[in-house]
Design a protein around this ligand. Sequence first.
Ligand code: 13P
Ligand code: SF4
Length: 394
Amino acid sequence: MSLVDLPLLPLGKGRDLTAERGVECLGDLPAASDPDLVARAIAAKEALGERVFVLGHHYQRDEVIQFADVTGDSFKLARDAAARPAAEFIVFCGVHFMAESADILTSDDQAVILPDLSAGCSMADMARLSQVEDAWDAMAAAGLQDNIVPVTYMNSSADIKAFCGRNGGVVCTSSNADVALEWAFDQKADVEGGGKVLFFPDQHLGRNTAVLKMGMTLDDCVVWNPLLPGGGLSVEQLQGAKMILWKGHCSVHGRFTTDVIDELRAKHEGIHILVHPECTHEVVLKADLVGSTEFIIKTIEAAEPGSTWAIGTELNLVQRLADAHPDKNIVFLDRNVCYCSTMNRIDLPHFVWAMESLVRGEVVNQIDVDDETEAHALVALQRMLDLPGKSHRD
Ligand code: 13P
Ligand code: SF4
């Protein structure tokens, strides 16, 4: 059997550089054990000065977050990137879809850099443009073309955001999903049969927002499975639904369970359960509070000393909150370690390599969304940034 016939992609020699497992950073990365990495990162940042702006998502490792000029959830970082027109380089310590959004929201003469190109997002990968277009066509065939507004979670690729821009839709984040849904239904308030939302890629955020914030019922929601013909739904099911949820999820937040919540409540009287809306509906129903990463941080900051909290979100953030609030008892809502493996790919060697390359005048790992995609995606992102009132509710 030749190498090309192998069903599994070989690593190392003969690997496929177009597949994620084959993605690598060309060049001389410093070793992770290099004792000078911190000093090198400081020196590179000083050398670049105002020319560079470093953004860090809350799920990033401590070793990287210490160099961020601002930290935030995906909504805040998108806004912060757009508010720095003077920085020549935006180094995005986060994942691919966030860097794409930053590129869309910044000017053409600013370069957005993702220190490790393999920092993707498994949830974003669950909705591909061709699949979304097939679903859209099936919904049109069911006679729903005038009723549906596409709403995509920020955690999606730029071409999906562009699809929403082209088709009267909007982007949302975990901070503003309710406001975005309200906006979407308002667009179709006068259409016969009323409005419907096609929400992707995270079924949990869509369901939790629809049921717990918008007053819909579980029966108003159906799940479109892109791997089944017709999404696995009948025309009647599509016509009867208000929320058509894409069958996607976050592999990190999908791990939290109600069993662990029950166990913790039995063990610790008065414990507060605080979770992210990417968790399953059952987990969110059993939690005391639910909100974006910014909301989780602000809740812990405002919590009473001595209070006890179990937090269901990415472990780097939970660990950092526990370290920053030694007067509060903070535990992780899972028995096992649960980092986001792709967020963790941005480590100090990649950060130092990206920054030192910039110092040398070499732009590496630039995220550059093509002009047409960018123009349409910007429409959907701008609709989100223009949402009325509390479009960021933290
Ligand atoms: P937020 O930053 O919007 O809370 O999203 C969490 C997340 O999973 C990012 O990948
Ligand atoms: Fe994607 Fe989940 Fe990781 Fe966020 S935490 S980047 S949604 S896999």
